[in-house]
Design a protein around this ligand. Structure first.
Ligand SMILES: [Zn+2]
Ligand SMILES: [Zn+2]
Length: 282
């Protein structure tokens, strides 16, 4: 018969109470911001679900101290013996009752159910760098879960999500927007005011601008976090086709069409105009 104790490294089985100091886990949170907030940067507040040290038991999970574990008699281990193939085997496992601590709580803390930490929503201030990009993650040291048994707290990782903007689309440091103009504005040219991420700008529409033309307003985009250089605003020109016209507008448009050598089929005069025309001829 051979004893195989050594294989398992059986040590002393003295009663002890181990204080397992552990660093708290890192925690992740998402911060949703507007495109304007990403442009400006500055302080924002994020809510994070974290585990904090239970104020009732100060993180011990127990009230009224500890007592020797009844299942392992304080050794922290449970040994099973069995015989297999003429060899006497001893299998050792960590005591599930005390998780190897050798001691159990005299009285479990009700506040944390003996875990030592409780869930809390913590409001954490975050300093956003101006020009932050969608999906970037910021680390806030020491704002994660509280440590176990006096361990250091973990960190908080905040991932920034930028909400879609009703006007602007972002492409790196550049911004893009659509601008609808009327046919006369495109044909004759115009100077219009357009919104920018931080105010307004004047945009010159050259005469004969085609729909789909992209006009650039320099340095009205985002400021690069790396180089400090400011990107541009690109305006995608579109044409608005009016769906409702007055009789006069219709008449003028028909006259214009005629000078251009076209007579759109949908431009039939109304009955009222036909009557008026008839009177004029007489
Ligand atoms: Zn035990
Ligand atoms: Zn507690």
């Amino acid at each position: 018969m051979r004893m195989v104790d050594e294989f398992f490294g059986f040590g002393s089985t003295t009663t002890r109470y181990r204080t397992r100091t552990e660093r708290g886990e890192d925690v992740e949170a998402v911060l949703e911001i507007t495109l304007e907030e990403a442009f400006q940067g500055g302080e924002k507040e994020v809510e994070a679900e974290v585990l904090v040290t239970c104020p009732e038991c100060k993180g011990f999970g127990a009230l009224g101290g500890f007592k020797r574990c009844p299942d392992c008699q304080g050794s922290g281990r449970i040994t099973y013996s069995r015989q297999a193939g003429g060899v006497f085997m001893r299998t050792m496992t960590t005591c599930p009752t005390c998780q190897g601590m050798g001691q159990v709580a005299a009285q479990i803390c009700d506040t944390c159910q003996g875990i030592g930490r409780i869930e809390r929503t913590r409001k954490v201030k975050v300093e956003l760098p101006a020009g932050i990009e969608d999906g970037m993650t910021l680390r806030i040291t020491g704002q994660g879960n509280s440590g176990k048994a006096g361990g250091l707290p973990g960190d908080l990782y905040v991932t920034v999500q930028i909400k879609p903007h009703p006007t602007f689309r972002r492409d790196g440091v550049n911004l893009h927007m659509d601008l609808s103009l009327t046919f006369p504005q495109l044909v004759l040219g115009d100077v219009v005011e357009v919104p920018t991420i931080d105010g307004k700008a004047e945009l010159t529409i050259p005469p004969g601008t085609q729909p789909g033309t992209v006009l650039k307003i320099p340095r009205k985009g985002f400021v690069s976090m790396r180089s400090g250089r400011r990107g541009d605003l690109f305006v995608h020109v579109q044409v608005t086709v009016p769906t409702e016209l007055t009789e006069e507008q219709r008449k003028l448009l028909r006259q214009l069409a005629k000078t251009m050598g076209v007579e759109p089929k949908g431009s039939e005069p109304s009955w009222w105009e036909r009557i008026k025309e008839r009177f004029k001829k007489q």
